[in-house]
Write a protein that binds this ligand. Structure first.
Ligand SMILES: N[C@@H](CCC[C@H](N)C(=O)O)C(=O)O
Length: 276
């Protein structure tokens, strides 16, 4: 089965995006892993599959697969690329697009300056909703991993995040400690591990070891989770510029019960066809 795809990225977090509205698509975890390989395949952090919605009130459904082949609930940089893709492919001409994900509806909106703003929904903070094993909800928790104890905040943006504050993000042990946190037994569905350096009340630097993909150049839901964690710890104001290794995002959160808004770029690199 030959499928048309677009190669896209949001701040260097890269994707293969497939139109499953006009094409019949059958995916297997093995083939996703093969195509995700940067030497023997196309190479991507995540594969995004666009489908027709299940509920007629929505415009699309979109599914997210990490390059390890596993399907996950949410992807921030992917949401912006999804919006750019359905517009460029003329699947819709709506400026604000209602899209179903595995954890609810999100609404990306194309801005006049070319960026994409996304209502990423309300963050979930109760440990059971992340999910994270803890006796009670707290702003942060000590977690033992890789021979050390790390003070993490846990946040679900639809997908699970563990965020810690570090003095210097360039020196942070993202690979070793991130991998140990990703598969820590207190996270039964594994977790994305974020390392945040607070530069000012409206500016952070962030690196994320992503579940199922390793460290990426940027993680949109990771940026949302870091800002939520920083605001809850009293370190950040409502709107924060997030510097990632791939570029900058703007994240806003007005507090508990409110949605997180993420604004940033989405870029198409090339289109092609591949055997699935
Ligand atoms: N890169 C993404 C997150 C993709 C999913 C994540 N690795 C997970 O397993 O939850 C983003 O931009 O949010």
């Amino acid at each position: 089965m030959k499928l048309k795809f677009s190669k896209m990225h949001g701040l260097g977090n890269d994707f293969v995006v497939i139109d499953g509205v006009r094409q019949t698509v059958t995916l297997s975890p093995e083939r996703i892993r093969e195509l995700g390989d940067r030497h023997f395949g196309i190479g991507f952090d995540q594969l995004l599959l666009v489908e027709a919605p299940r509920d007629a009130d929505n415009d699309f459904r979109y599914r997210i697969f990490n390059n390890d082949g596993g399907e996950v609930e949410q992807c921030g940089n992917g949401a912006r690329c999804f919006a750019r893709f359905v517009t460029e492919q003329r699947l819709t001409n709506k400026p604000a697009i209602r899209v179903e994900t595995a954890r609810g509806v999100i609404v990306p909106q194309l801005e006049a300056d070319g960026s994409v703003k996304v209502d990423m929904g309300v963050p979930r903070l109760a440990p059971a909703e992340v999910p994270f094993v803890a006796d009670a909800e707290a702003v942060s928790y000590p977690l033992e991993a890789a021979g050390g104890t790390w003070q993490i905040s846990v946040v679900s943006m639809g997908n699970p995040h563990a965020v810690q504050v570090v003095d210097d993000v360039d020196a942070a042990p993202v690979g070793a400690v991130g991998a140990a946190i990703e598969s820590h037994p207190r996270f039964p569905e594994r977790v994305n591990a974020g390392f945040m350096q607070v530069v000012a009340r409206d500016e952070i630097r962030l690196r994320v070891f992503e579940r199922g993909a390793g460290e990426t150049l940027a993680c949109g839901t990771g940026a949302c989770a870091a800002v939520v964690a920083g605001i809850r710890r009293g370190l950040l104001d409502e709107t924060v510029k997030v510097h990632t290794r791939g570029g900058d995002l703007s994240i806003s959160w007005a507090g508990p019960g409110q949605p997180v808004y993420m604004t940033g770029p989405a870029v198409t690199v090339f289109s092609g066809e591949v055997e699935f």
